[in-house]
Ligand binder design. Structure first.
Ligand SMILES: Nc1nc2c(ncn2[C@@H]2O[C@H](COP(=O)(O)OP(=O)(O)O)[C@@H](O)[C@H]2O)c(=O)[nH]1
Ligand SMILES: [Mg+2]
Length: 282
């Protein structure tokens, strides 16, 4: 695959404008809730956020923790200063988030109290890369459907605040970040897990990258899901054959096999996999 081509095409040109807009919104909040994907805790981050949101309190949500390797989850949780492992799809997270936000901002709350402000409402903003689960997370903690898919930067709209409870409110539109892409391996992981537009991807390269990673790190999952010997040489073909991804004339349908593999990896039906291991990223 021509990796450079993939990456350059995908990088949005209007990022500066989106960043300016986010910088304005950040001025209004007490805390930034940054969603990352627990399966790629570094690749799904954006170092630019730290400069955009300097002096802001920061909570990292390792979202989709239900799809990641549980052992790796524990290690990554320790790595970040303030972080939570979250499953926005199957668990109710409102209280955990409110409590964590209040704890992070307790000094601010105490100062407000000392100044005679009885009820200070804390304001938060959710940010993260496309597809990381921002809308799902917001709907989960506010308990109703609010956050629309709003991945277009530069769209001016009136800011709306959603009350989560008496103490915390949330900006209704999450801020979209673009991951940093000068690391080729991280770019591949982002593409593999579906944070980069599908049309510009090389499915063959991604499926190979994914299967090789799983072979090296979670070999037993290949046998479990596909009923193949993970030591054979051409694993993609073995998988296609085993899962009967065949053309009309009985040959292995590679395109169909790649698509199935990508779907299995993204949906975690192969198993819980973390694509950035803590130890190899220190
Ligand atoms: N398994 C799992 N899926 C999630 C979680 N959060 C979001 N999703 C799914 O990830 C996809 C993208 O979520 P969405 O909220 O639209 O992401 P956004 O682009 O950041 O707003 C959707 O299919 C969600 O159902 C999670 O914690 N666990
Ligand atoms: Mg969304």
């Amino acid at each position: 695959m021509n990796e450079n081509k993939t990456i350059i095409n995908w990088y949005p040109g209007h990022m500066a404008k989106a960043n300016r807009q986010m910088e304005e919104q950040l001025k209004l909040v007490d805390i930034v809730i940054e969603l990352r994907d627990a399966r790629m805790p570094l690749a799904s981050g954006n170092p630019l956020l730290n400069s955009l949101a300097k002096d802001k309190k920061h909570l990292i949500i390792l979202n989709k923790a239900d799809k990641a390797d549980k052992e790796e989850n524990k290690k990554w949780l320790n790595y970040f200063e303030r972080a939570l492992l979250i499953d926005s799809l199957n668990e109710k997270n409102t209280n955990r988030i409110i409590n964590e936000v209040k704890d992070i901002l307790k000094e601010k709350l105490e100062k407000a109290k000392a100044r005679g402000i009885r009820k200070k409402v804390l304001r938060a903003m959710v940010v993260g890369i496309p597809n990381v689960g921002k809308s799902t997370f917001i709907n989960n903690i506010v308990n109703r459907k609010i956050a629309k898919a709003e991945n277009r930067p530069g769209v001016t709209k009136n800011l709306q605040w959603i009350r989560i409870n008496e103490d915390v409110e949330l900006l209704d539109t999450p801020g979209v970040l673009w991951p940093k892409i000068d690391d080729q391996r991280q770019a591949l992981i982002l593409a593999l897990l579906g944070s980069i537009n599908d049309e510009i991807l090389d499915k063959e390269a991604l499926a190979n990258f994914g299967i090789n990673y799983i072979k090296d790190n979670y070999p037993m999952l290949l046998n479990k899901r596909y009923d193949i010997d993970e030591n054979k040489s051409d694993l993609i073909k073995e998988i296609g054959l085993s899962k009967k991804c065949l053309t009309n004339d009985g040959n292995i349908d590679l395109d169909k096999t790649y698509k199935m593999i990508l779907k299995d990896i993204r949906g975690a039906s192969i198993g819980n996999i973390t694509f950035e291991k803590y130890e190899s990223n220190q």
